[in-house]
Design a protein around this ligand. Sequence first.
Ligand SMILES: Cc1ncc(COP(=O)(O)O)c(C=O)c1O
Length: 449
Amino acid sequence: MTSLVYPTTNLTQIEQLTIVRGDGIYVYDQHGQRYLEGLAALWCSALGYGNQELIEAITTQLRTLPYSHMFGGRTHQVAMELADRLSEMVPMDQARIFFANSGSEANDSQIKMLHYYFNVIGKPEKKKIITLDRSYHGVTLASAALTSLPAMHTHFDIPVEELGILRAETPHYYHGHREGESEQEFVARLLADLRVMIEQQGPDTIAAFVAEPIGGASGVVVAPDAYFPALEKLLAEYDILFWADEVICGFGRTGNDFGCNTMGIRPQMMSLAKQLSSAYIPISAALIPDFMYQAMQEPSSQVGVFGHGYTYTGHPVACAAALKAVEIYQRDRLFDHAAAVGNYMQQRLREFSDHPLVGEVRGKGLIGAIELVADKANRRSFPDGRVGAMAKQYCQDRGLLIRAVSGNCLAFCPPLIITTDQIDEMIDMFGKALDETAKYVSKEGLLAS
Ligand SMILES: Cc1ncc(COP(=O)(O)O)c(C=O)c1O
């Protein structure tokens, strides 16, 4: 037992798995047991472990300039280069890029920049933000307000009302549709409800709508195809910005460069982290449109500074890691690889569709989930997350690390470099673990009769 306070952990059940090293898509514990990183650690290890080019880029930067800050007019080449590279890549017009250290900080920064922008353009009432009622956007005070998962709110006094956070229904057809409702009708109803919410709140009070193109920690929720294009039109009608949280979906995860391109929506703001540096060094980015940046310039001069920034904003070593990661993604056509092996993974995951415990198999590219349910016919969930936790443990016992999220959704999100043979290995371990989970469920009498 150490002095650590562990993150996102049941604090009565700590220190159950000690990882000592990694190699490719595998990690090893202190006993030498090998595990396949079925969730790319925390949805982030795109290039796996031991990538020599990344290590070289990082060490070279460490030798040249291990740190320099970016306050008050000071700058350095590697951050400027990364910003320009990202600005060229993303599906936004002339993105302006603010660097931070985590997805939560990027999202906090977005909220602050929205406030700043609408204050300085004389629309101080336009500050509310719509988020989905099953969403994960981080855990700092402001980003946790955007997050809808109960564990991130309970006992924390998160300032949801103070920040004007509104929640719209998550576009998850499997759980959300009414008896006999088609996907098209489901989408139409959600958007009609959203329109009512916007009208009731007043469009002039709503700044942005934030969503992940494909929800990750909320259970790998994939919206019906029609949802995002229709959402884009509705938001444009009311002059509400669409802010894509691409912290998980960005950089090839969904089978395209960015999740917005997979789901058919063009964002005005984007948050990036995780695969941005393949998690070798922490870095995140908050991308805003040029018109926001232009409006912020003169007012900052009046105050003296744009009063937001971190000691480690644009940390040179993190920027060097990200630059190299992006270079590798593009040079090795890893997004195309992810699309191809992603199709294969989706196909293999769907082989479990008929299993008695499996309610829904979903996903796109190299992100997917298998949701375990108590009653397949009626799509009824288990009352708590015990079954998912057991399934996760059975996977781990066989050498596969995945996570049970949003109750009993088993999430798959392997490194982008995974091969089809390694996907077979992952599926094989999962299949055995699922059968063992079925035995557990039947022994405990948890399946609806
Ligand atoms: C979609 C999304 N946004 C934001 C975050 C927060 O990122 P971080 O944990 O780096 O603060 C996460 C983390 O998993 C995430 O999945």
